[in-house]
Design a protein around this ligand. Sequence first.
Ligand SMILES: [Zn+2]
Length: 148
Amino acid sequence: MPGLRRLKSIMCVATLPRTILEQLLQTARDQPEKEVCGLISARDGTVMRCYPVPNIHARPQRAFEMAPHRLIDAFRDMRERREQLWGIYHSHPGGPTTPSARDLDECGYPEALQLIITLHDDQPVHAWRFHKGKATPVSLEVVGSHGL
Ligand SMILES: [Zn+2]
């Protein structure tokens, strides 16, 4: 489909293993009453694992704040495995997958890809880059087979 190819060539593409995608969706499904959040690591640009971090926000159904100690643990683990921060994910239990004004304001890691999960969309995970208060969509390419 020529239109799709053209779209892909102007959008950045990030590759996400299906195993990680399924893990993210499961985490979000397990806690549908609140936003789940965490980190995703990579080595040399290849996604390796995700680190779920408890959401300690006072209103976790509307926003997220990652538990600082668990965040430190995750970064330490990444360092020991020689992996880098690749992405930050959180869920919007009621949708949409577009970033909220708060997401853009409070983004502490602009170099990371931002993944937003919802359980109410044909495409349950959308990726974004945040730069200077603006969100640019990033196309996600899911690789690997089901059930691995
Ligand atoms: Zn959000």
